[in-house]
Design a protein around this ligand. Structure first.
Ligand SMILES: [Zn+2]
Ligand SMILES: [Zn+2]
Ligand SMILES: [Zn+2]
Length: 302
């Protein structure tokens, strides 16, 4: 992955869908925000966790929308319409990211057989947070047939020193924790900007770019197709030259093509969440988007 490709994204239409990871669509803007000094968006958090769960049999990723409801203690999380009923049956480990107070990312993992939870918060883990998480997870697990007491452990780590990098700390920890099979005793987050670039290029390389046309971004199925040299699949009818929107030089008039109106894809639907959330439901901060900074509330909690 060349940095050049990532850098050129700054000049591309922010809403253009680059590709997908599982059920999550990634737009130009998703990656630009990941590279900049800003809060990481939920589709990026979900995608990178989805990538981390691949090739790890028994390791189940729960998306941030669902996990946040569970760990907030939402009544709806225990309902049988929420997530697949047997989600814990096939799992030896479950993990995901938790959006606290609608603006702060943290990491949750549990080993189902050992009834052991690991919680990581880049602002530090308070006693009351640990208790609430253990209690809410235990109630959810019991509703799915996994009963018993859960232990919660934390890891010694450096603290976040700004108010926007919790997502980066969280993803860096998730990567190291899962690679080590859960056996880490301490964690030091890499230099933030380097980690942003590593995650961006890893995410870009992991994108499935065969489901949507690399020029018009509409579904590829059922029409004559071809491929750009980068691997992106294109409609033959869209490709005046055989080059996707991202590979086109910005001086090329083709780059001026009009893009389809995007259907507010920032929060893509997830098939695991069977029932749409209503605005009155708990955790509606997810629908409203979060403030751009970790809240003083969560900063004070540290
Ligand atoms: Zn935060
Ligand atoms: Zn097309
Ligand atoms: Zn291309």
């Amino acid at each position: 992955m060349e940095d050049k490709t990532l850098r050129c994204l700054q000049n591309k239409s922010p809403r253009f869908t680059l590709g997908s990871v599982g059920p999550y669509d990634i737009q130009v803007n998703s990656l630009n925000i990941l590279m900049r000094d800003e809060q990481v968006s939920d589709e990026v958090m979900n995608s990178i966790c989805d990538i981390l769960s691949k090739d790890r049999p028994g390791v189940v990723h729960i998306n941030c929308q669902a996990l946040t409801k569970i760990l907030d203690g939402s009544k709806r999380a225990k309902s049988h319409y929420f997530l697949k009923n047997n989600i814990l049956e096939r799992a030896t480990e479950v993990f995901g990211v938790y959006l606290e107070n609608g603006n702060h990312w943290s990491f949750f993992h549990c080993n189902v057989d050992r009834r052991c939870i690991t919680y990581f918060n880049s602002l530090g883990e308070t006693e009351w947070q640990c208790q609430a998480i253990a209690q809410h997870w235990s109630a959810f697990a019991a509703s799915r047939g996994v009963k018993g007491e859960w232990d919660l452990k934390t890891t010694k780590h450096n603290l976040q020193t700004d108010s926007v990098s919790c997502g980066i700390h969280t993803l860096a920890f998730a990567t190291e924790f899962l690679k080590a099979g859960g056996f880490i005793t301490s964690f030091q987050c890499p230099v933030i900007q380097q980690e942003r670039m590593r995650l961006s290029s890893h995410l870009f390389e992991s994108l499935d770019r065969t489901k949507k046309c690399g020029i018009c971004a509409k579904n590829i199925s059922g029409r004559k197709k071809m491929a750009c040299t980068c691997g992106a699949v294109l409609h033959v009818l869209c490709a005046a030259t055989p080059m996707c929107y991202i590979c086109q030089e910005d001086s090329n008039p083709l780059a001026q093509i009009s893009l389809p109106a995007s259907d507010t894809a920032a929060h893509s639907a997830d098939p695991d969440v069977l029932v749409e959330t209503s605005a009155s439901d708990e955790g509606s901060a997810l629908q409203q988007g979060w403030q751009k900074r970790c809240s003083t509330q969560c900063a004070a909690a540290a």
